[in-house]
Design a protein around this ligand. Structure first.
Ligand code: ACO
Ligand code: ZN
Length: 489
């Protein structure tokens, strides 16, 4: 028996190392799911362990004390697997699902895979783009993403389906001083690619709490705020200009000088208390960078980019007598060769699950309609992103199908997939994947028909009743710019 294993028996806690897996008692729960030790810290009160619950999203990762570890069932990392399955840092393996499902969803979420060709095509294009950028930066391609290409052919054919007729309702059987320090930043290429998670430091939440306007919010993920403020119990962010301060006093001093009561840029939409501001990542760089830093606290699967020049930002606010309060935002490339109409999207946690996410998504498609284009969100989607988009696509497409009337002289309404795309600006592949997931497509007597059963129509009616806030295109005052013609962002 080695010395190591002897000491493990005498003091089991000292045998716990990074990479070990064992049941851990979750906060606010009675469950002891299997977790991996990501990091270990000595404190005055003893050792504390940063754990990742294997079958749960990374936002639930946390520091726990010894008493929450079930040492009887500890599994030690196998040396031969150290570089692959048990890295001790659990590098998420990107898969073809469209979601970052190496960090599976929170309890209650079941994000099943998008297998639509747009996801695969996007991944492939991204892979090539990344390769080009890496080569531009003199980096070598490590070939980590090379599995993506091989599968795409197998379902590529789906894109060509055309569905000539519909049979609805037939009863038949979803920098500056604020510039973060380079040292704490994983990568600053300006890439939107999924981060490679190669930095141990970025695995661990580094911020305890933020205060933004009237809310105190607990961050979900790492964000590269300057190291000196990450040790604080809370950082204080101006809800209008997004500058951060290390104490409430400092923020109060800032607020006396801060001239803003809304995000920078142009207000391009207003209905009731909801407004959208469009701002240019080049012209409003500091705000855009601070927005990215804030967003990164809740977005795990995207690289934070400091080069905000290629992006426009659409910030949604809610107005009251104190000003225009940020609710959420999405960013959008000025020019997207992949037809992405959203790069990153976020509803701030206090506003989540109230329909604002769908409102942001609806707005992004409204912009695409004004541009006369179809669009799709940048992949991969997060678990919550996937749920929200699926739900939006389903409701939007069903709304059209249910509203269809047969043309004169025809018994059944007719509609092509292209017409659905034109009316919704949803990219063809996403329309097809939605119809397929809903199992609406049937092949009957030599043609494809869509059949809607009464239950689906009824559940759709109930869902739409809940969707109280909607985008009203009449209130959008916006002319798209042709960034390709301008030659310069
Ligand atoms: N658990 C289960 N379902 C959820 C949850 C949750 N925690 N959150 C949202 N949903 C579902 C809702 O039930 C709703 O579906 P339904 O209407 O069919 O019931 C749908 O998702 C949308 O709900 P909204 O209230 O409109 O969306 P919300 O304001 O919560 O915003 C968003 C959704 C933007 C994804 C939000 O969760 C978020 O900001 N998450 C963190 C950042 C993120 O993951 N962004 C997406 C990344 S992908 C990309 O950037 C392209
Ligand atoms: Zn301010």
């Amino acid at each position: 028996m080695s010395e190591d294993s002897n000491s493990a028996i005498l003091d089991p806690i000292s045998s716990v190392t990074e990479g070990c897996r064992l049941p851990v008692l979750m906060t606010n729960g009675e469950d002891w799911p299997l977790a991996e030790i990501i990091s270990i810290k000595d404190t005055d009160a003893g050792k504390v362990f940063y754990v990742h619950y294997i079958d749960y999203n990374k936002r639930l990762d946390e520091w726990v004390e010894e008493d929450r570890l079930d040492l009887r069932k500890i599994q030690y990392p196998r040396r031969d697997l150290a570089s692959s399955t048990t890295t001790g840092l659990n590098t998420p393996k990107k898969t073809l699902t469209g979601a970052t499902n190496s960090r599976p969803s929170s309890p209650g979420l079941t994000p099943d895979p998008i297998t639509g060709p747009s996801v695969l095509a996007a991944l492939q294009q991204k892979q090539q783009k990344l390769k080009r950028r890496k080569l531009d930066h003199g980096e070598e391609d490590d070939g980590r993403r090379s599995s993506i290409g091989s599968l795409s052919g197998s379902i590529g054919g789906l894109a060509d389906i055309d569905i000539p007729s519909l049979t609805p309702l037939t009863p038949q059987p979803p920098s500056t001083p604020q510039q973060p320090p380079a040292s704490s930043v994983p990568r600053q290429t300006g890439s939107l690619a999924t981060h490679s998670d190669d930095h141990a430091i970025t695995r661990i939440k580094n911020m305890k709490m933020i205060e933004l306007g009237k809310f105190r919010i607990k961050p979900w993920y790492f964000s590269p705020y300057p190291q000196e403020i990450t040790n604080l119990d809370c950082i204080y962010i101006c809800e209008f200009c997004l500058k951060y301060r290390k104490s409430r006093k400092c923020l109060e001093r800032h607020l006396q000088k801060c001239p803003f009561k809304h995000p920078p840029g142009n207000e391009i939409y207003r209905k009731g208390s909801i407004s959208f501001f469009e701002l240019d990542g080049r012209k409003n760089k500091l705000y855009a960078q601070n927005l990215c830093l804030l967003a990164k606290l809740f977005l795990d699967h995207k690289t934070l980019y400091y080069d905000t020049d290629p992006f426009l930002f659409y910030v949604m606010t809610e107005y009251d007598a104190r000003g225009y309060h940020i609710v959420g935002y999405f960013s959008k490339e000025k020019e997207s060769s992949e037809d992405y109409n959203v790069a990153c999207i976020l509803t701030l946690p206090p506003y989540q699950r109230k329909g604002y996410g769908k409102l942001l998504i609806e707005f992004s498609y409204e912009l695409s309609k004004f541009e006369g284009k179809t669009g799709s969100p940048e992949k991969p989607l997060s678990d919550l992103g996937l749920l929200s988009y699926r739900s939006y696509w389903k409701q939007t497409i069903l709304e059209i199908l249910i509203g269809l009337k047969p043309q004169e002289g025809q018994e059944k309404p007719q509609l092509t997939i292209n017409e659905i795309c034109e009316q919704t600006s949803i990219k063809k592949e996403d329309v097809i994947s939605t119809l397929t997931t809903l199992e609406l497509i049937n092949y009957y007597r030599g043609q494809y028909i869509l059949t809607l059963n009464k239950d689906l129509v009824e559940s759709h009616r109930r869902m739409m009743e809940k969707r109280k806030i909607r985008i009203d295109s009449k209130n959008l005052h916006w002319t798209p710019k042709d960034w390709a013609k301008r030659g310069k962002w």
